[in-house]
Design a protein around this ligand. Sequence first.
Ligand code: BEZ
Length: 211
Amino acid sequence: MSLRLGDVAPDFTAETTQGTIQFHDWLGNGWGILFSHPADFTPVCTTELGSMSKLKPEFEKRNTKVIAISADPLDSHNKWIGDINETQNTTVNYPLIADPEFKVANLYGMIHPNVTDKFTVRSVFVIGPDKKIKLMITYPASTGRNFDEILRVVDSLQLTANYSVATPANWKQGEDVIITAAVKDEDIPAKFPKGHTRIKPYLRTTPQPNL
Ligand code: BEZ
């Protein structure tokens, strides 16, 4: 059966460019991002891995580890990382899982046979400190992902985890957030001392609480 939000992210042991890992141990007590890409030495993937390495410090600030996966073997990954560093003007600074037998790819449903069974699609899993899957997105091979959007989602998920808020459409850091239905009107002033706006009984907003 395919994975759903709220499922425990499957654990696995794998070879990576930074040594062998046990996934749950590697995640530790923080957040994690596992993202798949179709194949080494391909153009879109080259830009994606470069982009993620530049954003890694931002994920670290959010206690979020990053790990990539593709089916190619370790020696191929290591050679390709040289190309990524050279062409994207960066240093790939997170592990890249080698999954030549599609063990992890199959565990996570990263193979979409109606597209191709030769390589993984572009999946992203955001995993919470409880090891549960908080977000899954899947892109086709031809569309490079927007890693700023993944960062935005992590910010939203962490706000929800720490405060009783949700984030509206196109929300960005610093903008007002939505008070969830679980909070009664009478409890709002104590819980959200920065104030709130009651636009409708079901639509109440407050300044971002962690700023
Ligand atoms: C790419 O990364 O450019 C790519 C990989 C597989 C299929 C198509 C494009």
